[in-house]
Design a protein around this ligand. Structure first.
Ligand code: GTP
Ligand code: SPV
Ligand code: MN
Length: 611
């Protein structure tokens, strides 16, 4: 398999080498360090996609799906040990430990570099090193960030082509001396002498490493999602959050969507929910029939990441730095999210879902289970066999432009103006369906103390409530207390502040049944939010914020949803909230050294209102 060992001097002339000498040197040196068999500069073309997907099919990484039902689409099965982000192996290597903060793993940058240089040495033996120039954000946006990912995974290359601007257009923009974020990635599975390759090469030892000061990413050992598609969480959140703090903008784990009310007014909002808590679902929401008849329309700008800055209108403006979705498959169906089903109907990569006998895909919650499937591990599966057919964190990578209700402004370099910011998570108790913060600082407090039951999006136990400030706990590239301080600071540069809300679709009754139907019915909550932003309806003041009452909240057309049910899902329980405040203690203590005093004060005020 492996050719004789190569030094970079012996590579054939590299296209573009002359154009950007610093990039060319880094590429050549890295190719030599990793002992790559060859180096390929990715142009982002259809030809390249065809060639690489063919190669992945041949390698057994991809199964081509039925060309009629799923044109140009593929299924990948990962190694069962490589199915989600690895938070305990994710590092923020700032020069000083305090700058990474208490919620991030930290190691000295020089030590980490030394350790990783050893790991990368020879790590691409027998493999091609792909050079992937990419741009997060519409290339003409003032916030756009260019990166170059070097990777030995063709799977990563084809995913990156869906997820961001990639290839020649980016190289052109980079010119001869443009700055870029170097992102080095290896699956850490060198192919020595007579070793057989496997469909999903990876390494048991994983390192997802960020150097926020020098703006670099080094990722080793994993080929999956946020661990490997480095433009996404590593650059557009962890590195970007550090850049944003310095430059006066915000990089957030948020969806962006638009709502057109019957009077034609358009309201854009963002929502920060933790991983696998319903961002994709809300971003793509299709109004219930009765709302459509009234003239409500929804559009989508992004489903995972928002970059926000004070724009020309005086409002916060938002762009989605991505061009694709890397969405959770299980639970997605024509009933729960038709827009997502349309988006993934072609040109899509499915990872860790089940394969049907017709060459289609299936997962839990997709439809009635077929009599036979091949599950995500490649084994035969029949209903009732006791195993899940799809991994709980199985995902689809689909082009955002294929979403039928993509917003016409989604690639506008100036972004869209934001009127509301929504926080929320999976809270089986305590948190009402919706309430509104009294002001910006109170809203920042709500976001800061937001919690959620853990999900399958990260490895580890599922189902315990953890604090996940602004849904950024796994994605903040610097100290969490400083990050919350940055939120408070931003208020000074926003002339027309968005209103801030908290929602919870996941409240349960004593029998563990959801109290709210959720999914498209969430539009009713959005309607209340929009009307609050427009100043059209009064809120009801409670100690925790403004809430809707039965009369101002539309349940028309919601079969059998009674006032009692509304009261149950909206219930403010003093007892639960006292427990909630007590439960926040750990969080405040953990961040004590840098927690903004305003937020401690907010907590005092809440207690005072409750008394
Ligand atoms: P990441 O991509 O991991 O950042 O997550 P995401 O926030 O985009 O998650 P996604 O929208 O894919 O969340 C999917 C999960 O949330 C599935 O299990 C859905 O069934 C569930 N979900 C989404 N919306 C609702 C809702 O309104 N009610 C209930 N009960 N579940 C929901
Ligand atoms: C998340 O976990 O929040 C995701 C999926 O959006 S991944 O890109 O794998 O991080
Ligand atoms: Mn996410």
């Amino acid at each position: 398999m492996k050719s004789e060992s190569t030094s970079y001097a012996s590579f054939p002339p590299i296209m573009n080498q002359a154009k950007h000498p610093a990039l060319a040197t880094w590429v050549a040196e890295t190719g030599a360090l990793c002992n790559a068999d060859s180096i390929e500069w990715c142009d982002g073309s259809q030809d390249e996609w065809d060639r690489l997907t063919d190669k992945l099919v041949e390698a057994g990484t991809f199964t081509r799906l039925n060309a009629q039902s799923h044109p140009n689409s593929f299924l990948a099965r990962s190694n069962p040990s490589d199915t989600a982000r690895v938070e305990d192996r994710t590092f923020i290597c700032s020069l000083r430990e305090v700058d990474a903060g208490r919620t991030n793993n930290w190691q000295r940058p020089d030590e980490m570099r030394r350790k990783l240089t050893e790991k990368f040495q020879g790590s691409m033996t027998g493999r091609t090193m792909y050079v992937v120039p990419f741009c997060m954000g519409p290339p003409d946006s003032p916030l756009a960030l260019i990166g170059v990912q070097l990777t030995d995974s063709a799977y990563v290359v084809v995913n990156m082509r869906i997820m961001c601007h990639m290839g020649n257009e980016v190289l052109e923009k980079l010119g001869t001396d443009g700055s870029f974020i170097p992102c080095l990635h290896s699956v850490g599975a060198p192919l020595t002498e007579d070793a057989q390759d496997v469909p999903w090469p990876c390494n048991d030892e994983k390192y997802i490493v960020h150097f926020p000061e020098s703006r670099e990413v080094w990722s080793y050992g994993s080929g999956y999602g946020g661990n490997a598609l480095l433009g996404k969480k590593c650059v557009a959140l962890r590195i970007a959050s550090a850049i944003a703090r310095d430059a006066g903008w915000m990089a957030e784990h948020m969806l962006i969507m638009g709502l057109e009310s019957p009077d034609g007014a358009k309201t854009y909002l963002t929502a920060a929910f933790p991983s696998a808590c319903g961002k994709t679902n809300l971003a793509m929401i299709v109004p219930p029939e009765s709302y459509r008849q009234l003239g409500w329309k929804t559009t989508l700008v992004g489903d995972d990441i928002a970059w926000l800055w004070p724009g020309k209108s005086g409002k916060l403006h938002a762009i989605n730095p991505e061009t694709g979705f890397f969405g959770v498959a299980p639970g997605t169906s024509w009933q729960s999210n038709a827009a997502a089903m349309h988006a993934m109907s072609r040109n899509t990569i499915f990872t860790n879902v089940a394969l049907t006998d017709e060459g289609g895909v299936w997962w839990e919650g997709h439809s009635e289970a077929p009599a036979h499937l091949v599950d995500w591990t490649g084994m035969d599966w029949t209903p009732g066999c006791g195993r899940l057919a799809a991994h709980p964190n199985s995902r689809f990578t689909a082009p955002a432009g294929q979403c039928p209700n993509i917003d016409p402004e989604w690639q506008n370099p100036e972004g869209v103006p934001i009127d509301a910011i929504v926080f929320g998570g999976r809270r089986p108790t305590t948190m009402p369906l919706v309430f509104q913060a009294f002001d910006w600082t109170h809203g920042v407090f709500l976001g800061a103390t937001q919690g959620s039951e853990t999900t399958a999006a990260a490895t580890g136990s599922v189902g315990t409530v953890r604090r996940d400030p602004m849904a950024m706990l796994p994605f903040c590239g610097y100290d969490m207390g400083d990050y919350l301080g940055h939120w408070l600071e931003m208020r000074k540069s926003i002339q027309r502040l968005p209103r801030i809300f908290h929602v919870n679709w996941f409240r349960k009754d004593a029998n563990g049944k959801f109290l709210w139907p959720g999914f498209r019915e969430n539009l009713r909550v959005l309607e209340w939010i929009v009307k609050r932003c427009q100043g059209k309806i009064a809120g009801h003041e409670t100690p925790i914020g403004w809430t809707p009452d039965w009369k101002s909240f539309s349940t028309e057309g919601l079969e059998g949803f009674s006032k009692e049910q509304f009261d149950a899902v909206m219930l403010f329980s003093r007892e639960d909230w006292l427990a909630e405040i007590t439960n926040q203690n750990d969080f405040f203590l953990r961040l004590y050294h840098s927690m903004p005093k305003e937020l401690m004060c907010q907590r005092e005020l809440l207690m005072a209102r409750m008394a």
